[in-house]
Design a protein around this ligand. Sequence first.
Ligand SMILES: *Cc1c(COP(=O)(O)O)cnc(C)c1O
Length: 407
Amino acid sequence: MKVPLLDLKGQYLSLKKEIDEALIRTAESQMFILGPEVEAMEKELCDYLGCKYALGVSSGTDALLLALMALNIGQGDEVIVPTYSFFATAGVVARLNGTPVFTDVDPLTFNMDPKDLQKKITPKTKAIVPVHLYGQSADMGPIMEIAKKHNLYVVEDGAQAIGVQYKDGVKVGNFGNIGCFSFFPSKNLGCFGDGGLVTTNDPELYERLKIMRVHGGKPKYYHKIIGGNFRLDAIQAAVIRVKLPHLDSWSESRRKNADLYTKYFLEVGLAEGVGHLEFNEKNKVLLPKAVYNPGDGSVKNYHIYNQYVLRVEKRNALRKFLQDSGIGIEIYYPVPFHRQECFAYLNAKDEDYPVSNCACNDSFAVPIYPELSPEQIKYVVDKIAEFMKNSDQFPMECKHCDCMKGR
Ligand SMILES: *Cc1c(COP(=O)(O)O)cnc(C)c1O
């Protein structure tokens, strides 16, 4: 059996007629950049996210870059980001000559650890960029409290979390000054190329973001400020408009798939339940937990599983075994920011990041996309069980796993 990490064809075929019509409509309009299609998309996304303003931009990375530019981040400014995320989260800070400062992450959610955030604040701190990793919210309650106390900007990296709700049912992107999203094809709401979105509830910031999206010119060719080309193509907006009404049902399917994984892992005896943090005889695979699931249906998209991430002690050997079995898996992320060569100049202390170091060594994502069949999920679990039965022949890989003890 083949189980790819992601299969976008199935989703396209299910909406082919509508998407093809939208593509032809855009071709016939010959209006390729921004314009009415992008404006209509922005309005629909405002309604969906419950925010006042939204602007289509060229990518998730550019959403983050534009957000920090609009907040005037530059030389000498410290911006606090989790050390465990996609590179763009930290890269944009350095590109503006700001100083990325890293926090460790929570072992259960892989998101910014608010206790570590508090420790990393200095008089130079200007902004915090919490990431809603893998499709679940960062702990925005304490993060916003710390931001308010120290008068800091908050830019939410929601690239993997569009539509995700925190404890109180508020959607991510509405907590900080600016929310950033990505329409990269592998995200839950993906377009046919690169694309992204910034959101805000602040009218002044909205004006600045809008002007900076088109080089900072207002009126055109007259520049009080410097922006860039951060425009979204109409074709991408047309595709997003077709897909948006289906987003919640896709997220629901991802949650159902996650529940099936849990059920099968329990059946084969590899785990006792979700959210365990220590490896032992009864928990050879650590399963992800949706921490903001109230269980009574009051919070809907508490987790949208952009990725379904497992942890095992012999990850690299298992990876090879699964790949040889036709199963697509990926390691998000093998190297934390504080260990990246390009950030060596920051002299971050490796021992300050035990949870992230550990996660980089033992975690990996298995397929979770909505169109996955129960048979495919069972196959993945059975293959992992087969590996575990013979795993004695492989040496231990993760040398950091003591970091999970006592948490
Ligand atoms: C994908 C992603 C980005 C960047 O989005 P692009 O559209 O690929 O530029 C930023 N942050 C996180 C957490 C992401 O997953």
